[in-house]
Design a protein around this ligand. Structure first.
Ligand SMILES: Cc1cc2nc3c(=O)[nH]c(=O)nc-3n(C[C@H](O)[C@H](O)[C@H](O)COP(=O)(O)OP(=O)(O)OC[C@H]3O[C@@H](n4cnc5c(N)ncnc54)[C@H](O)[C@@H]3O)c2cc1C
Length: 402
């Protein structure tokens, strides 16, 4: 295995890191306690500069204006822009659009690509992904209750979803609904494109999360589909392939999340060390950095982040070389490992900052609120541990029964 970064990618990463420090991180103050319109203008100006630099939406296929990055390169990119919560949006690679673009690219008809994917890549519209339901366990989507019943040339969708992130202001949703309740569990559901101005697409509320309701891209909507009719031509991929498409969306997406989290962990460690070096805690002028407990935290985090990074790059390399299915153990392992490494880094950085750590004067409390969900979405820790653990135990099954 070879993680040698190409010269071209090294240059891009250097440009991205410099741009993040100079143009993106300074916008965070506006995000934390400023004016939403000023922030939107700042983000739009930064996006324009990214486009001029030729770095807009680099993960997308070359024929649609992206750079067609490999998983490893995309991971390195996600780490660099993950240093700020605004990074993904400024570079045109934010969730849930990035995942929707991936599945539209793989499964969409030429008409669907032209109508939905192209404007999404160009940042002209936004989208959302509508799978999770309040009344059924998201960890087991074979229990999905939302239905899409064929009526002539249309599907009629009925059901209740929530955590349809970024539905507020989105142009369309990709909805997962049961199209054949009699089929085997993993062939019951399909993905259907639903424009949000379709009658029967009812955005009930943006759900308040950790004290913040949010709006626009930064929101999580409850949506009721009520006799919502869309043409059969809005079906994405073959009928019954909802689970297959969901897997396509989730596998690589987990690597992107993990590398973004490593960007957060890196910056949290950096902030922790800077604060520890500065904060005088005794008359002799000694600082927090002189205390052994802080030195151990710095060492432990540094080692954990290095390990998590190598593990994630290895998973990305496995996907590049052998495909998502072969890399499923690696993907499951990084999903819970890296989420917990990142959360530990944020927690320790807050601790070292003392009261300042829980204020909104730094980015740390934002991450503490928003990134707790990393252990829940795209497969909760326990779900990944159960499936990986079973496979690990199976490796030795013949020994115990023999
Ligand atoms: C910030 C955020 C954004 C999201 N964005 C989207 C989105 O855009 N679109 C979308 O469709 N969904 C989205 N989701 C929903 C997410 O996919 C689900 O929350 C997730 O799949 C878990 O489903 P659930 O919440 O119904 O929890 P449940 O399935 O009810 O599980 C609850 C808990 O039970 C435990 N558990 C579950 N299964 C097992 C098991 N087999 N063994 C042991 N323990 C288990 C886990 O600890 C889990 O956290 C988002 C969620 C969050 C928090």
């Amino acid at each position: 295995m070879d993680f040698q970064v190409s010269e071209e990618m090294s240059v891009r990463l250097a440009m991205i890191r410099e741009f993040m420090d100079r143009e993106v991180i300074p916008l965070e103050g506006e995000m934390l306690h400023g004016d939403p319109d000023t922030l939107a203008a700042g983000v739009a100006a930064a996006q324009e500069k990214v486009k001029q630099m030729g770095l807009w939406a680099p993960n997308h296929p070359v024929e649609f204006g992206g750079l067609g990055l490999s998983m490893v390169d995309h991971g390195l990119f996600a780490e660099a822009v993950g240093r700020s919560p605004l990074g993904m949006t400024v570079f045109g690679t934010q969730a849930p659009d990035a995942g929707n673009i991936e599945i539209l690219h793989k499964w969409g008809t030429p008409e669907q690509k032209e109508r939905w994917m192209r404007p999404l890549i160009e940042g002209e519209i936004r989208s959302c992904f509508s799978m999770t339901e309040p009344e059924t366990a998201g960890s087991n989507p074979t229990l999905l209750a939302t239905t899409a019943v064929r009526d002539g040339d249309e599907y009629v969708i009925n059901g209740q979803k929530w955590f349809t992130s970024s539905a507020d202001g989105a142009a369309f949703a990709i909805v997962m609904a049961v199209t054949d309740p009699q089929a085997p569990p993993h062939q019951r559901a399909s993905m259907i494109i639903v424009p949000t101005d379709t009658p029967g697409f009812n955005l009930v509320r943006n759900v308040s999360v950790m004290g913040h309701t949010g709006s626009g891209h930064a929101s999580h909507a409850e949506v009721i589909y009520q006799s919502c009719r869309v043409p059969v031509s809005n079906l994405l991929g073959p009928e019954g392939s909802g689970f297959l498409i969901a897997q396509d969306r989730l596998g690589p997406g987990r690597v992107h999340h993990c590398m973004r989290w490593l960007g957060i962990a890196d910056r949290a460690l950096e902030m922790m060390c800077r604060r520890a070096n500065q904060r005088v805690i005794a008359e002799d002028g000694s600082t927090l950095a002189d205390r052994q407990v802080i030195q151990h935290w710095a060492a432990e985090l540094d080692a954990e982040i290095r390990g998590a990074r190598l593990q994630t790059l290895h998973a990305a390399w496995m996907i590049d070389e052998y495909g998502t299915k072969t890399a499923r153990d690696e993907i499951s392992a990084i999903k819970f490992e890296v989420a917990n490494t990142m959360l530990r880094a944020v927690d320790r950085a807050i601790q070292v900052h003392g009261a300042l750590g829980v204020t909104d004067d730094t980015i740390l409390s934002y991450w503490y609120r928003h990134e707790r969900a990393a252990r829940i979405y795209d497969g909760a820790d326990e779900v990944h541990k159960t499936s990986l653990g079973r496979r690990v135990l199976r490796r030795f099954a013949t020994e115990t029964t023999g």
